[in-house]
Design a protein around this ligand. Structure first.
Ligand code: PLP
Length: 284
């Protein structure tokens, strides 16, 4: 069955939703996006995603085409129209269509698109029981990874490199230190201390990251926000990733080396449980 998507103020069957060939999202990757999770028909951390969207748009001097209230309404309407119980809502905003020129156009109207992906059973993924395997690769993305842009080619290449190596994902390494995963933030646990890279231009400021660090601190865990190497990660007791779509997902192998016992660790399992429980409670 065809989905209903949202395009510039209209709800349309996906086949009828069309964007100009001159759209700057297509020509220059001049656009930003967000992904919000739906569990039990409700939105997880909507406020966080709306705030990060504003920040990404501001950093690129792009107009925000929609108020937060209307954005919430569109999310809810798409959940209802597409009958989403568990799934994801993708939101893309580009600078809009204009004759091709590197300089930002003065009068282009932003393009805004939202679409859904149904993911039945998203929160009970069997992968969380066994964990994922990652490889380390060089981080060759641009320098403003804190802006959630639609330039996702290198992360896409990274996933393909991981797949070719018989793994699930790649951790990106810059100047010897892990920045993050291709589409998630990266963590290790050593002697009860949770370690993840500090915020900056080098990584995306994950909405799930912020929630998980808050829950870890509330549970009296010691948290260190600092860089770590792949070697340190291989010697850790546990490793895991976080993102809106994977929540907290254990990592059991890095570049062929088993992490801890080679099985998902207790800290990751506990944080996943707390995250899902608290996020469901606060969902809108
Ligand atoms: N880092 C990168 C590069 C990402 O693409 C993502 C999510 O898409 C994340 C981290 C996790 O962010 P969030 O928790 O907001 O999904």
């Amino acid at each position: 069955m065809s989905r209903t998507v949202y395009l510039n103020g209209e709800y349309l069957p996906e086949e009828e939703a069309k964007v100009s060939v001159f759209d700057r999202g297509f020509l220059f990757a001049d656009g930003v996006y967000e992904v919000t999770t739906v569990l039990d028909g409700k939105l997880i951390d909507f406020d966080g995603h709306a705030m990060r969207l504003s920040r990404s748009l501001n950093e690129l001097e792009m107009k925000n085409p929609i108020s937060k209230e209307d954005l919430l309404e569109v999310h809810r309407e798409l959940v209802a129209r597409n009958g989403i119980e568990d799934g994801l809502i993708y939101l893309q905003v580009t600078r809009g269509a204009a004759d091709r020129d590197f300089a930002y156009p003065k009068d282009a109207e932003p393009t805004i698109v939202l679409f859904t992906q149904a993911k039945p059973g998203l929160s009970t993924s069997p992968q969380a029981e066994v964990g994922i395997k990652v490889i380390g690769i060089e981080d060759q993305r641009w320098g403003r990874r804190d802006i959630k842009t639609v330039q996702l080619l290198y992360p896409s290449m990274g996933k393909m490199m991981a797949k070719a190596a018989g793994c699930d994902d790649a951790w990106l390494v810059e100047d010897g230190f892990v920045t993050e995963g291709t589409s998630n933030n990266a963590y290790i646990v050593k002697d009860g201390v949770l370690i993840t890279r500090h915020l900056g231009h080098e990584i995306l400021h994950g909405i799930t990251r912020a929630a998980v660090l808050r829950f870890a601190r509330e549970a009296q865990m010691k948290v260190e926000e600092r860089p770590f190497t792949l070697k340190e990660a291989q010697g850790a007791d546990e490793a895991f990733i976080t993102s809106a779509s994977t929540f907290v997902m254990p990592v059991v192998e890095i570049d062929g080396a088993a992490i801890g016992t080679g099985k998902p660790g207790a800290v990751a399992a506990r944080l996943r449980e707390i995250y899902l429980e608290e996020s469901r409670k606060a969902a809108v």
